[in-house]
Design a protein around this ligand. Structure first.
Ligand code: HEC
Ligand code: HEC
Ligand code: HEC
Length: 134
């Protein structure tokens, strides 16, 4: 009978320890929270409607394809004007268009790319004069 009692206490202790340490080991393998992307740049600040070239979800999913297409069309075919779905027009340019609005590249592009593990090398060549923060 005595032995049994100690067994129960030991078991209780183990359960107690699991419970108090639960917050420390639970979620160990889970992902880090998504990055906070800053839209705080002079150009975006001035915009009445905060809009990208296309809508946000499209940009999130397709900006890489868009930039590749822009490069090919601008450099190889000489088509340098992009007409968005809503009719607004933009120059097909990485530093001349994207980085005019997103001049805080480090807090925007890079923050997201670090999170997803993407390493575009575009800015080895595309130098951006007057960039707020690379
Ligand atoms: C080895 C240097 C180099 C790298 C790396 C590079 N580019 Fe370029 N890119 C150029 C040059 C040179 C031009 C031609 C400039 C022109 O015709 O206006 C150009 C033109 C472009 C253009 C059209 C013109 C403009 O003003 O932007 C786009 C868009 C573009 N590149 C996107 C990209 C993207 C996206 C990446 C990364 C995936 C990239 N480039 C990487 C050298 C580079
Ligand atoms: C006229 C200013 C402007 C230009 C030019 C612009 N953007 Fe944006 N972009 C914005 C604004 C404002 C938002 C946020 C829209 C929102 O919150 O719904 C945004 C959102 C985005 C997003 C989505 C961010 C998220 O929350 O997931 C991506 C990706 C992006 N832009 C990339 C680009 C790229 C790449 C280019 C060039 C091809 C570009 N942007 C050109 C203003 C601009
Ligand atoms: C909301 C997150 C997010 C933001 C913000 C963002 N990107 Fe990306 N970017 C991605 C993802 C995801 C990929 C795809 C990575 C992959 O396929 O491995 C990518 C890929 C790219 C690529 C292609 C890379 C390659 O090597 O082919 C380019 C170029 C690029 N982004 C440019 C930009 C620029 C310029 C900005 C800022 C104006 C920007 N991105 C902002 C998420 C983002």
């Amino acid at each position: 009978m005595k032995k049994n009692k100690w067994g129960m206490i030991a078991l209780g202790l183990v359960i107690f320890l699991i419970m108090v340490t639960f917050p420390f080991w639970y979620g160990k393998g889970s992902k880090t929270p998504p990055p906070v992307l800053s839209l705080d740049t002079p150009v975006i600040h001035e915009m009445k409607e905060k809009r990208c070239v296309e809508d946000t979800s499209f940009m999130r999913a397709n900006h890489m394809k868009m930039l590749n297409a822009w490069r090919d069309e601008a450099v190889r075919e000489g088509h340098r004007q992009y007409t968005a779905k809503d009719g607004r027009t933009y120059e097909k340019s990485l530093s001349g268009t994207c980085i005019q609005c997103h001049s805080n590249r480090e807090q925007f592009c890079t923050r997201c790319h670090d999170y997803v593990g993407a390493k575009p090398t575009c800015f080895n060549c595309h130098v951006v004069p007057g960039e707020v923060n690379k």
